[in-house]
Design a protein around this ligand. Structure first.
Ligand SMILES: Cc1cc2nc3c(=O)[nH]c(=O)nc-3n(C[C@H](O)[C@H](O)[C@H](O)COP(=O)(O)OP(=O)(O)OC[C@H]3O[C@@H](n4cnc5c(N)ncnc54)[C@H](O)[C@@H]3O)c2cc1C
Length: 447
């Protein structure tokens, strides 16, 4: 008899895991709380534009964990990708090209030549070190090495952090930063390129994965918020559905942030209290304000511009319809601008309005045509930008393990669990790492 496998959550982590299992010949049942697939990547259509849930971009292009999963299961041809490679900084001295590789650093007009050489001396050994070595730096902050640099070079680091981690350098683990530099090194088989789905909407990735699993006798049930996972004699026995019915299961895979799931899905005492307390400490979030703007004219042909310098609240301006015109109706252009904020501001609408007005003034100062072109704006504030990156000491192997020691048939995937990389890349990486453990459990059921 085929084992009963349930996956809770249809985000990148859940659907990547489902696709890998379907590829290994198993059918799974995916239960999703929301009416949509994609989790935090879910997109929406607003006034004929495709809006992502904030700015979403795929780091490492075809070398990303998610693209590797599509390749492994033979459906990489289903995802058309637009490269995101026309990137610039904007400082009070004008526009400066973003370096695509180490050697471009020498031409980085944003900072003085002396600083470029220092930067190269810092980054080059990092790019050629090993992933194992970077683990020694997981508890250190990136600012441990950047604090001695001049202001211009620090501004460069802040822009890199915004592009790669959507956060500021002080929140970035040096180990995670170093792994990013290694994975961006073409001499180590990596790439520094970014990508975005050509058809628009970052959730097209999860739609492709969902189609794949549905074609392989798996099912997806939306609007289904799982209430509990039942455990007896240290073994998963089933799940309690929204209507309180019990569904037996041989294998349950939880794919939403583990520190939330551990506190929601289990009866008191089912999981060791000390373990839960340890995982609860991973509950650190980045908060951001991001505003979509629709414009009636194209104010720049670039894809991404980073305003640099302390004067700017706006940390990134992303010209999404320059990346792929599919996101906008003919004659209109979509951009999104964003900035990180302290979490307590997220619920303060006056403060958010202040920030949005500041951002609009700044964009107008760079692009005088911005205000006359503006058709509409749609600001959003997020409290939970979980694990686009984690703080020093909360990355890679310090995250939630894929299994709880001593409990059979229960697995955890997603960006809060052991994996490296950024956001969706880390969610997919977790699925790749967890897959052999799930397979070995399923094999053991046959014995
Ligand atoms: C504003 C913003 C910008 C971002 N930008 C980027 C970016 O540029 N690049 C990048 O790579 N990443 C980015 N990320 C991060 C990225 O979206 C996440 O890392 C990734 O989507 C996490 O996937 P996941 O599968 O681990 O979790 P999720 O996407 O959170 O999926 C979990 C799913 O579980 C469901 N669920 C929860 N509880 C239950 C329950 N009880 N029963 C059933 N279902 C349940 C949820 O509804 C959800 O669909 C961004 C995130 C945000 C919020």
């Amino acid at each position: 008899m085929m084992p009963q496998i349930h996956i809770i959550g249809a985000g990148v982590g859940g659907l990547s895991t489902a696709a890998l299992l379907a590829n290994s010949g198993y059918s799974v049942k995916i239960l999703e709380k929301s009416s949509k697939l994609g989790g935090r990547t879910a997109s929406m259509v607003y006034r004929n534009h495709i809006l992502d849930n904030g700015f979403h971009i795929m780091p490492f292009y075809k070398k990303s964990a998610i693209f590797n999963i599509l390749k492994k299961i033979g459906i990489d041809n289903k995802l058309g990708l637009a490269k995101v490679n026309d990137i610039a900084f904007h400082s009070d001295t004008g526009f400066h090209k973003y370096p695509k590789g180490m050697l471009d650093l020498l031409q980085l007009s944003l900072i003085p030549l002396k600083s470029r050489i220092r930067l190269l001396k810092l980054l080059l050994p990092m790019a050629f070190t090993s992933i194992e070595k970077t683990e020694e730096w997981d508890s250190k902050s990136l600012t441990d090495i950047t604090k001695r640099l001049d202001d211009d070079t620090n501004a460069f680091f802040e822009a890199i952090c915004m592009l790669a981690f959507a956060d500021t350098a002080e929140h970035i683990s040096l180990g995670e930063f170093a792994r990013t530099i290694i994975r961006a090194n073409p001499f180590k088989g990596g790439t520094s390129e970014f990508a975005y789905p050509k058809d628009g909407g970052y959730d097209s990735i999860t739609k492709i994965l969902a189609d794949y699993v549905l074609e392989r006798k798996s099912s997806i049930q939306t609007n289904c918020s799982v209430k509990k996972i039942t455990i007896e004699n240290s073994k998963v026995t089933g799940i309690i559905m929204p209507d309180n019915s019990f569904v037996p299961s041989d294998c349950v895979i939880v794919s939403y942030p583990a520190y939330v799931a551990l506190n929601q899905l289990f009866d008191d005492g089912a999981i060791d209290k000390k373990f839960v307390e340890k995982i609860n400490r991973l509950d650190k979030k980045t908060s951001v304000v991001e505003v979509h703007f629709a414009l009636k004219s194209q104010i720049d042909t670039r894809q991404v511009v980073f305003p640099v310098g302390d004067n700017y609240t706006t940390k990134g301006i992303f010209f999404i319809s320059n990346i792929t015109p599919s996101v906008s109706p003919p004659g209109e252009h979509l951009i999104i601008a964003g900035t990180p904020i302290p979490s307590h501001i997220v619920d303060d609408s006056n403060k958010i309005k202040e920030i949005v007005d500041k951002m609009k003034n700044e964009i107008s100062s760079i692009y005088p045509n911005f205000t006359p072109s503006l058709i509409w704006e749609r600001p959003m504030a997020w409290k939970l930008v979980e694990s686009v990156v984690k703080e020093p000491g909360m990355v890679w192997k310090s995250k939630m393990p894929h299994q709880i020691p001593g409990i059979k048939g229960l697995f955890f995937v997603g960006d809060s669990t052991i994996s490296y990389g950024i956001g969706t890349d880390s969610a997919a990486h977790s699925s790749t790492l967890c897959h052999p453990n799930i397979l070995s459990h399923l094999e053991s059921l046959k014995a």
